[in-house]
Design a binder for this molecule. Sequence first.
Ligand code: FES
Length: 159
Amino acid sequence: MFRVPGMSKLVARSTFSARFMVPRMPRPSITPIRWHGHVHKPKPGEELHVTFILKDGTQKEYEVCEGDSLLDIAQGHNLDMEGACGGSCACSTCHVIVDPDYYDALEEPDDDENDMLDLAYGLTETSRLGCQIKMNKDIDGIRVALPAMTRNVSNSDFE
Ligand code: FES
């Protein structure tokens, strides 16, 4: 029989682990909800501001860090923004309608974002994808509305 030095110990160890391995349950989070979704509390003096207008008209204003995406901010504050593709610009469930006063301060959407926006429900002249908007000083105070509906593209859409 072919033997590799030390192999029997490895096999024995892995057999033991496989037999007695117990699946780990996810631990409940102990961090504040506002720190979820990859957002962090901004340092004093470095706060940027964003206001979300929810579907019922409620306005929620947050202090956020430069570089945070609107998707991360919304999810970090438990707002109703799905973000089905995780921010990879492959869905339109993070569709937001930007206040026209801020729209021109944003970078132009690239082709991928435009393609996804074409599939969004309720597309407007100032529609953008929340995952593609990163906070910076030029858009400090930006206001965005969450559309009444979003569309998640699925295979059935292409049949
Ligand atoms: S989360 Fe899918 S495109 Fe923004």
